[in-house]
Design a binder for this molecule. Structure first.
Ligand code: 2NL
Length: 348
């Protein structure tokens, strides 16, 4: 009987040695789980098989064998747990190595946007006038008939008031502004002279669309009101603008014109930059390009805003931003500005 007990304990010790020997070289989770089932498995595990002799043992033998079984089991479980931990750490390190980030690689360049040519033109023009003491104001695109027409001395029968040309929001009352002047009227209504403002913004006209006309376009208007102001101030100021915008080599000329809100009125041309005034296809063989309209503010407009025309006078001007940009950058098609075609936008 004693021999049998010794043999059983010896088998348990041998099992422990063999199990630990086999555990040592294991380096994958799959092999480890297989080892676990083989030795510690509840159904067919080797330790379980050896334990099955327990019922055949005597009362004295049972606790001796039971303790040995438990000791072997505890030892195997402890080593299994250590191995699991070790494999987990190894796999983590491998994953870190695999997903390593090379911080020395150059970053990916982000696409950088740039200003739209019309925004840039507006900025260039307003900056030139800002250097001459003008401030920039902006206003609403939805206006009323008074500020867009009546206040500006545009009579009821003027062609600009034609129902066909104006986008009306409510009949004969609310409209999409056809020029930025309503904001200048509002500026004068709200403050006393001296006034020096430029007003850039969108304007709307119900026009037939072609290469040089769109229903929505941009304007910059300017207004100066003071006690002393003459046509010479107008000419000097606008010539300076032309030279800063297009270059000092360009010549300017003024031609008499007519606007209901200015008297006298004049249009300003600059010499053609392509032929230097000799005449070419671009300037329709005239040597000159029209860039803006201007004039001395009509006394009726001054009265409309509550200014005394005997005390104050001023000049005003207006230009189309698309036209200025087309002349400056040599663009022949107005619809490119609103087309959002990157091939066009990237060129400028
Ligand atoms: C053009 C001509 C012009 C004005 C706009 C103006 C504004 C007030 C009073 C008087 Cl509040 N005048 N603006 C004056 C002359 C010409 O624009 O051809 N624009 C594209």
């Amino acid at each position: 009987m004693v021999g049998q007990l010794e043999q059983l304990l010896g088998q348990l010790d041998a099992l422990r040695v063999r199990a630990l020997e086999e555990l040592e070289p294991i380096n994958s989770s799959a092999d480890l789980e297989e080892w676990d089932t083989r030795y510690l498995g509840r159904n067919r595990g080797e330790l379980k098989s050896l334990s099955s002799v327990m019922p055949k043992l005597t009362k004295e033998e049972r606790p001796v064998v039971g303790q040995r079984i438990n000791a072997v089991k505890t030892a195997l479980e402890r080593h299994l747990q250590e191995k699991r931990e070790e494999l987990k750490q190894r796999e983590l390190l491998l994953a870190l190595e695999r997903e390593r980030i090379d911080v020395t690689l150059p970053g990916r360049a982000l696409p950088v946007g740039k200003m739209h040519p019309l925004s840039r033109t507006i900025l260039e023009v307003t900056e030139i006038f800002a250097r001459m003491g003008f401030s920039v104001v902006q206003g609403l695109e939805v206006e009323d008939d008074y500020h867009n027409f009546q206040g500006l001395n545009i009579p009821t029968d003027h062609p600009a008031r034609d129902m066909q040309d104006t986008f009306w929001v409510s009949p004969e009352q609310i409209l999409l502004r056809t020029q930025t002047s309503p904001m200048q009227i509002r500026t004068m209504e709200q403050s006393e002279p001296p006034v020096r403002v430029v007003v850039p913004g969108k304007v709307y006209r119900n026009e037939d669309i072609d290469a040089t006309h769109e229903a929505m376009f941009h304007q910059i208007e300017g207004l100066l009101i003071d006690e002393v102001c003459t046509m010479a101030d107008l000419k000097g100021c606008l010539e300076r603008f032309a030279h800063e915008m297009f270059g000092p080599e360009r010549r300017v000329r003024f031609r008499g014109s007519y606007f209901p809100f200015t008297e006298p009125s004049a249009e300003m041309d600059i010499s053609c930059g392509l032929c230097d005034g000799k005449g070419c296809r671009s300037c329709k063989y005239s040597g000159w390009l029209e860039i803006l309209g201007s004039g001395m503010v009509h006394p009726q407009v001054l009265r409309n805003v509550g200014y005394d025309p005997k005390k104050y006078r001023g000049f005003a001007f207006g230009m189309g931003v698309e036209r200025i940009a087309m002349l400056k950058y040599g663009i022949g098609e107005i619809r490119l500005f609103s087309g959002n075609d990157l091939r066009f936008l990237r060129q400028l």
